[in-house]
Write a protein that binds this ligand. Structure first.
Ligand SMILES: C[S@@+](CC[C@H](N)C(=O)[O-])C[C@H]1O[C@@H](n2cnc3c(N)ncnc32)[C@H](O)[C@@H]1O
Length: 204
């Protein structure tokens, strides 16, 4: 089953990857979209139900963030991955990066494992609270995680030396953090959405 043609996928993604959609990315995302639609009928992975909107909002915004990652990003944690955003599109865009998805809800973690297996990705799935992870990462990314303010210290503890916190959130929320960002870039097609990158200074 293919829900959208590869041409349609590529044209929907164009604003998020202005230098072009790399070879093979639309094919993998097409398989991901099919699984998302199938599972979303019985597990609440996303409130967005329209395939085109899923491609734009979930895949496009995640790929856009992936395109802004520091070149040296070897490991990335997607904290509170839900249906796999932004971690899975980032993994598809950057196969060389070791991506880990942390998702504490069992059904969502089962979905993520199914996507990883079906698409043949090397992504690790941590099906528990991120607080219990014993590793650290070059970048910890969070998108649409509830109580983002409270989760930021949790995320920061998981950032390794010289690493970064990446937030996909609103401009207002970034301003409320009152901390210097390396950059804050508007998300294409969004009224107030941004991608913000913060350098994390580890205490001690
Ligand atoms: C609102 S969803 C957003 C999912 C996804 N990032 C997105 O952009 O659509 C937040 C997810 O974070 C997960 N979550 C919240 N706190 C968590 C934690 N401490 N560790 C792991 N997962 C967590 C929840 O189970 C939920 O699926």
């Amino acid at each position: 089953m293919t829900t959208l043609s590869l041409e349609t996928m590529e044209s929907l993604l164009q604003p998020y990857l202005p230098s072009g959609v790399p070879a093979g990315v639309a094919e993998k995302l097409s398989g991901y979209l099919d699984l998302l639609l199938k599972w979303n009928a019985r597990t609440n992975l996303t409130a967005i139900r329209q395939p085109e909107e899923m491609v734009r909002r979930h895949f496009g915004e995640s790929l856009f963030a992936g395109g802004l990652l520091p070149a040296e990003t070897g490991t990335l944690l997607d904290l509170g991955s839900g249906g796999g955003f932004p971690g899975i599109p980032i993994q598809i865009l950057r196969p060389e990066t070791a991506v880990t998805l942390a998702e504490s809800q069992g059904k969502k973690a089962a979905f993520l494992r199914e996507v990883v297996r079906t698409l043949g990705l090397k992504t690790a799935v941590w099906g528990d609270r991120a607080e219990k992870l014993a590793e650290s990462f070059d970048v910890v990314a969070m998108r649409a995680v509830d109580k983002m303010q409270e989760m930021i210290p949790v995320a920061e503890k998981l950032v390794g030396p010289g690493g970064y916190l990446m937030l996909l959130t609103t401009r207002v929320q970034v301003e409320e953090l009152r901390r210097p960002a390396r950059f804050v870039v508007p998300l294409p097609g969004s009224v107030d959405g941004v991608v913000a990158l913060f350098h994390v200074e580890q205490a001690g």
